[in-house]
Design a protein around this ligand. Structure first.
Ligand code: ZN
Length: 212
């Protein structure tokens, strides 16, 4: 059965007019379709899909996602796609925020973050969706923290985020970290909120090598 090529491309997240032209050119160059053809046989779709993902780097409208793919320099041309098809964030707000955070931290020469508060399921999610290049120390908000531990965490970290709204967090735990210049307080409980606060902090400490 034949299907419109535009429909096949849309299913892959390629919906913009310019982007459809860009993708068609790849298919035409490989002989999967020809100029002017509207439809394509269904059985060619798998081949078309793998050819497009091998040739093009799919990024969404988030600048951080585009920058990440651009920095890979793997020879693929960039193509703007719908969020769900983005190779970096896969449409997840959390992933996109963490990606922005990772880039802001890299610009500031930072890579190590201590998170104080939250509990295991939330910490597991954080590690799972974290971009490469970020090291985490995740402190359970209910764990008994002795001052030797917090001193070591503070020495190791580039930034310490006290996740005050992510219950549970015992005051005895947070008190060990809050009065330090590297420490920021995250007033909301979401992962994106955490990432956004760290992004803000890192942006203020951005290296200005190129300016002077
Ligand atoms: Zn994205």
């Amino acid at each position: 059965m034949d299907r419109p090529i535009s429909t096949t491309l849309q299913k892959l997240g390629i919906s913009g007019a310019a982007q459809q032209v860009q993708a068609r050119a790849v298919l035409e160059a490989a002989g999967i379709t020809r100029t002017g053809r509207r439809n394509m046989a269904e059985e060619k779709e798998t081949r078309a899909r793998s050819l497009l993902t091998e040739t093009l780097a799919f990024h969404c409208a988030n600048a951080a996602c585009r920058i990440r793919l651009d920095s890979r320099r793997d020879g693929r041309a960039l193509i703007l796609v719908e969020r769900f098809a983005c190779e970096v964030c896969e449409g997840s707000v959390n992933r996109a925020s963490l990606e922005r955070m990772a880039q802001a931290m890299a610009d500031a020469g930072m890579s190590k973050i201590v998170v104080v508060g939250g509990h295991l399921p939330r910490h597991t999610t954080l590690r799972d969706v974290s971009p490469p290049g970020i090291s985490w120390r995740l402190i359970d908000g209910t764990r008994r923290v002795i001052s030797k531990d917090s001193a070591s965490d503070l020495a190791w970290a580039d930034v310490v985020a006290v996740w005050a709204a992510a219950t549970p967090l015992a005051h005895t735990v947070s008190a060990q970290y809050t009065s330090h210049e590297k420490t920021i307080i995250v007033p909301q409980s979401g992962i994106a909120a955490l990432a956004d606060e760290v992004t803000r902090y890192a942006s203020l400490h951005r290296r200005r090598d190129s300016d002077d």
